[in-house]
Design a protein around this ligand. Structure first.
Ligand code: UD1
Ligand code: CA
Length: 491
């Protein structure tokens, strides 16, 4: 496996080759065991705030259930939490957001779900998970559910900064346009307060170091700080950001960790969803190339967060990967392919213009050519279907050749049925295989056949009208036409 390991979190990834299959495209993220090795060996509660209404998405779906790189915003965040060694997770959802709670449970079955009945600010949301905080984790991470590009190594870095005796770690960044963000107020290099824009003085508004929103709290002092936060501000909300000044007044230290904007990129609108998709795609493409994949025109290839590649895979321009795709070493995905929940074996060649749907499993050296659709089918080593075919609910044996235009007729209007094609079988062009049906090893199907019964191994089956030939018939027709007469009868 080629996996990512963040030696220096946030800095470049290090690659480790561990055999056959490749990189986990998940935003260049480390796989869990590698990161867990790096995360401080202390308990960590991650509180994910997802109670926002997401009104500006103008959607019937809760905001954090929208997807980038084929994965919900919440799933991205929870994956980062898991990889950063979040041993406990609490997800704060709004009332009537059962779907959000269900998604959280699906991803992290041990997560605690808390409902924030009224939306009264970020600190109020955190305190919805008070009972989880009271259980006394060493580190408490507070993360927004709508910042899907947060990297686990950034969370690990925040935890490391806690170890260095800070009570609070704030993630800072310098956005191109700081409007709307809380400003980090420093005094002699020390963080003294965070001022929300509405409450900021003109001098404070001029500051360009902003609050990314995510914070880490040292567990032992977290509740004492959080419970002192009031709502005496322009919005009358309980601001998590007030924690900084409170901690200082308690004689505790708060520090800033600066990071890149992508880490804290929040999503409020569909336009920001698209911008985040673009930024995430860039990150995924770069990680794939760093891991040894050739992307001929990277900006035209769309990856899913979980796309996995072996080494020396080549992806030609204009290819779309849906979720759950694995491509093994030396495979070539030619232009204009769409793959979704599919497996491409070593050295296989797919496309141009092929579609691999869920359950398509291509073994080594398989060729799937133009305008071929494969669904829920195992194509064994070396088999070929090079042109214009539909192969669904099927097994194609090793070395078999599926001729142009062959269709597995898998659906009878009521149920789906399977087609089994034996090893080294030859299916003549434009055949229809009416499932359920079995073609034996080495059998031969004449072109244009409609096969409704099983064919034994090594047999020939031809199932089509016999050809008849009428000598001179066409010449007679032309003669009659020239004489202004009618067409002759066929006999
Ligand atoms: C927050 C920060 C601001 C920072 C910015 C970065 C505060 C007070 N301000 O502002 O300093 O620059 O993020 O993006 O923390 N949420 C709840 N329940 C609530 C309120 C919020 O669950 O009652 C959740 C939201 O769903 C969202 C997150 O908390 O995921 C942040 O809330 P939001 O209102 O977007 O905070 P900002 O005003 O952007
Ligand atoms: Ca926000």
């Amino acid at each position: 496996m080629v996996a990512f390991l963040a030696k220096q979190p946030v800095a470049a990834f290090h690659l480790f080759h561990r055999g056959a299959l490749g990189y986990d495209g998940a935003s260049g993220r480390n796989r869990a065991p590698e990161v867990l090795d790096l995360a401080p060996a202390r308990s960590c509660l991650a509180i994910v705030l997802a109670a926002g209404e997401g009104t500006r998405m103008r959607s019937a779906r809760p905001k954090v259930l929208h997807a980038v790189a084929c994965r919900s915003l919440l799933a991205h965040v929870l994956d980062a939490v898991r990889q950063a060694g979040g041993t406990m997770a609490a997800v704060v959802i709004g009332p009537s957001a059962d779907a959000v709670g269900a998604e959280a449970k699906r991803l992290l079955p041990d997560a605690d779900i808390f409902v924030q009945a009224e939306r009264r600010g970020t600190a109020h949301a955190v305190l919805a998970a008070k009972s989880a905080i009271a259980r006394g984790a060493d580190d408490v991470l507070i993360i927004f559910g709508d910042t899907p590009m947060i990297r686990p190594q950034t969370l690990v870095r925040m935890r490391e900064a806690l170890v260095a005796r800070a009570a609070i770690v704030v993630l800072g960044f310098r956005p191109k346009d700081p409007a709307g963000y809380g400003r980090l107020v420093l005094d002699g290099g020390e963080l003294v307060a965070i001022r929300e824009e509405l409450d900021a003085s003109p001098a404070e508004r001029a500051l360009d170091l902003c609050n990314g929103g995510l914070m880490a709290f040292a567990g032992p002092t977290a509740l004492a700080i959080l419970e002192r936060i009031g709502n005496d501000n322009r919005k009358g909300e309980y601001y998590l950001t007030d924690a900084i000044a409170i901690a200082r007044a308690m004689g505790l230290k708060a520090v800033v960790l600066e990071t890149e904007e992508d880490d804290v990129r929040g999503i409020n609108t569909r336009a920001q969803l698209a911008e985040t998709e673009a930024a995430l795609q860039q990150r995924l493409r770069k990680a794939a190339m760093d891991a040894g994949v050739t992307l001929v025109a990277p900006e035209t290839v769309f990856l899913a967060a979980d796309t996995k590649f072996g080494r020396d895979v080549v992806v030609e321009p204009f290819v779309v990967f849906g979720q759950g795709v694995t491509v093994e070493d030396n495979a070539v995905i030619r232009s204009f392919c769409h793959l979704d929940q599919a497996h491409v074996g070593k050295g296989a060649v797919v496309g141009p213009y092929a579609r691999l749907r869920p359950g398509a499993r291509l073994e080594q050296d398989v060729h799937i050519g133009n305008f071929v659709e494969v669904k829920e089918a195992l194509i064994e080593a070396g088999a070929k279907a090079n042109h214009l075919s539909y192969i669904g609910d099927a097994t194609v044996g090793a070395g078999a050749n599926v001729g142009a235009g062959t269709i597995t007729c898998n659906y009878d209007g009521v149920a789906k049925h399977r087609t089994e094609i034996g090893k080294n079988a030859f299916i003549g062009s434009n055949s229809a295989l009416v499932a359920p049906v079995k073609i034996g090893d080495g059998a031969y199907i004449g072109s244009g056949s409609v096969i409704t019964h099983d064919v034994p191994a090594d047999a020939l089956a031809v199932a089509r009208g016999r050809q008849t030939v009428k000598e001179g018939w066409a010449a007679r027709l032309r003669g009659l036409k020239a004489a202004g007469k009618k067409k002759p009868a066929a006999e």
